[in-house]
Design a protein around this ligand. Structure first.
Ligand code: HEC
Length: 436
C-alpha cells in the first residue's frame, strides 16, 4: 500500500515531508540581522589563513587582536541581537561573559553548527561549510584558558561577512497581494501562492533569492516549478492563496527549485547549470508560517530570480528513497539501498523524520570501492539543508551506484514504516543532477 503510493506519485509523496522540515532550529526569530543570509557564504570558514594575526605559540591571545575576527566571520551570522542564535556574541562583554560555554561548544565542534561529520575530510568537500580550523579552535581555547584578556580595541576586524546577494536580479515575483493570517488557532500554516513569471520565452534559472516578508512568522519557503495553466486555475479558485500541506497543491509534473530557511544564502546553481522554467510553466511558492511568536501580520514574501545569459545544463532535483523498511518498537536498524542513475551529481538533500539517527550518501564504484559524499552522523531533524559539493564539475555517475543508508532508533511502542505523517519515517535524499 505504501509502496504503491510512492510508485504512483513519488515526487508528491516525497516532497511532503521535505516541505515540512526545511527550517532551522529557532528559525522564526531571524530578525533581519546584517549578514543573516551570508552564513559563511564566502566559504572562508575553516580555510582562513590567520597570517600575521596568529598569536605566537605559548602566548595568550587577546579578544581584539585574535578572537574578534574569528567570531565575526564564524558566529555573527547567527549570534547577534535578533539572530537565530540564542544570544549575541558581538562584543567583548558578550563573549567573555559566556567564555566557558563558548570554549566548550567550540572544542566539541558543536558550534558553529554543521551537521556533516566533524572529520568531513573523509567525505566530499561541501559549499558554505561552517567550520573552524584547528588553529582557530586553538586560539579560542587559549584565550579562554588565559583569562579572556581584552587587548587593544584599535586592533582587529569585527565586521561580520557581507550579506550574500545574487549577482543580478532579472525577475522579482510575489503573489500580488498580502497574505493575511487567520486571527487565531492553526499555529502551523502551509500556504501556497502563484508566482506567475508570465515568460515570453523559455528560461533557465541560475540563482534564486527568497525574501521573507514577516520574518517572525515565515518559518521557511519553497519554490516549485509547475504547469502554468493548472496553477492559474488553482489561484483563481482561491484568491487568498491555498492551503497546501504536502507540496504545491497543483497537479501535473513538478520540480522543487529552491528553498529558504533563516541563515541560508541565496541559491546559486553551479556554473554552467540552471533549473528549467518554460513559458508554459509558473512557480508555486509554499510558505510555512508559524505563529508561535504571536506575530500575525499581513505578509508578502518575494522571490528574486536570475536567468542564464547563455546555454546551460538542466539541473533537476530527483528523489532516491527506501520505502520498504519496517521498524519494530525499540528497534535500532540500518537500511541501505543502491541506485543507478546516469549523469552528473552536484549535491544531495538528505532527509529523515525524528527517529532517524544517521544518514549518509556514498558512491560505489564498479570495483566495489566506496567514497563518501555526505555523512550526517548525528541526524538532527531541525538542521536540514541541501548540501552542494564544493567543486567546479559534477561527479560522474557512470559505472557507479549511489548508496543511500539510513539508521533509525524506534523509541516508540509502535511499528513505524515509510509515510509522510509526523509519526511515520522516511529514508530519502533529493539528488541534484544534470544529464546533458
Ligand atoms: C548558523 C547559525 C549559528 C552559527 C554560525 C553559530 N551558532 Fe551558536 N547557536 C546557534 C543556535 C541556533 C543555538 C541554539 C540551539 C543549539 O544549541 O543548537 C546556538 C547555541 C550556541 C551556544 C549555547 C549552546 C551550546 O551548545 O553550548 C554557544 C555557546 C554558541 N552557540 C556559540 C557559538 C560560537 C562561539 C559560534 C562561532 C564559532 C557559533 N555559536 C556559531 C546558531 C549558530
Amino acid at each position: 500500500m505504501l509502496v504503491k503510493t510512492v510508485a504512483v506519485s513519488l515526487v508528491a509523496v516525497s516532497l511532503v515531508s521535505v516541505s515540512l522540515v526545511l527550517g532551522l532550529a529557532g528559525c522564526s526569530s531571524d530578525g533581519g540581522l546584517p549578514g543573516a543570509d551570508a552564513t559563511t557564504a564566502d566559504g572562508a570558514v575553516g580555510d582562513t589563513s590567520l597570517g600575521d594575526a596568529a598569536p605566537p605559540p605559548g602566548s595568550t591571545p587577546t579578544y581584539h587582536e585574535h578572537v574578534k575576527a574569528i567570531v565575526a566571520r564564524n558566529c555573527l551570522t547567527c549570534h547577534v541581537t535578533g539572530g537565530i542564535g540564542p544570544f549575541a556574541l558581538d562584543s567583548y562583554q558578550a563573549l567573555s561573559s559566556r567564555a566557558p560555554i563558548v570554549a566548550a561548544a567550540v572544542a566539541d565542534q558543536r558550534m558553529p553548527p554543521w551537521p556533516p561529520s566533524a572529520d568531513g575530510d573523509r567525505c566530499e568537500k561541501l559549499q558554505h561549510a561552517r567550520k573552524l580550523s584547528a588553529a582557530e579552535r586553538d586560539i579560542i581555547a587559549r584565550w579562554v584558558a588565559g583569562g579572556t584578556p581584552e587587548g587593544d580595541p584599535s586592533k582587529g576586524d569585527g565586521t561580520p561577512p557581507a550579506r550574500a546577494e545574487l549577482a543580478r536580479v532579472d525577475l522579482e515575483l510575489d503573489a500580488g497581494f498580502d497574505y493575511t493570517p487567520p486571527s487565531s488557532g492553526n499555529y502551523d500554516d502551509y500556504r501556497c501562492f502563484l508566482l506567475d513569471p508570465n515568460l515570453a520565452a523559455d528560461e533557465h534559472v541560475t540563482g534564486v533569492g527568497i525574501v521573507p516578508g514577516q520574518r517572525e512568522m515565515v518559518h521557511h519557503a519553497l519554490l516549485y516549478v509547475v504547469d502554468r495553466q493548472q496553477a492559474r486555475q488553482q489561484a483563481q479558485a482561491s484568491p487568498g492563496g491555498w492551503s497546501c500541506y504536502g507540496g504545491p497543491g497543483v497537479g501535473g509534473a513538478q520540480n522543487l527549485m529552491a528553498g529558504w530557511a533563516p541563515g541560508t544564502p541565496p541559491t546559486r546553481y553551479p556554473a554552467g547549470t540552471g533549473v528549467s522554467l518554460r513559458k508554459d510553466q509558473a512557480i508555486v511558492m509554499q510558505v510555512h508560517y508559524n505563529y508561535d511568536l504571536g506575530v500575525r501580520q499581513p505578509d508578502r514574501t518575494r522571490a528574486k530570480l536570475m536567468f542564464a545569459d547563455q546555454s546551460v545544463s538542466d539541473m533537476t532535483m530527483a528523489f532516491i528513497v527506501d520505502v520498504t523498511f519496517e521498524l519494530q518498537p525499540g528497534q535500532s536498524k540500518t537500511v541501505e539501498r543502491k541506485f543507478s542513475r546516469p549523469g552528473k551529481l552536484w549535491g544531495v538533500f538528505p532527509h529523515m523524520h525524528k527517529l532517524g539517527t544517521q544518514i549518509s550518501v556514498e558512491l560505489e564504484q564498479s570495483d566495489g570501492s566506496r567514497r563518501c559524499l555526505v555523512d550526517l552522523p548525528a541526524w538532527d531533524f531541525d538542521w536540514q539543508q541541501a548540501y552542494l559539493f564544493d567543486r567546479q564539475d559534477g561527479i560522474d555517475l557512470s559505472d557507479s551506484q549511489i548508496v543511500l543508508r539510513c539508521t533509525f532508533h524506534n523509541t516508540t511502542s509502535s511499528v513505524v514504516r515509510w509515510g509522510d505523517g509526523t509519526n511515520d519515517e522516511m529514508c530519502l535524499a533529493a539528488i541534484y543532477r544534470t544529464t546533458n
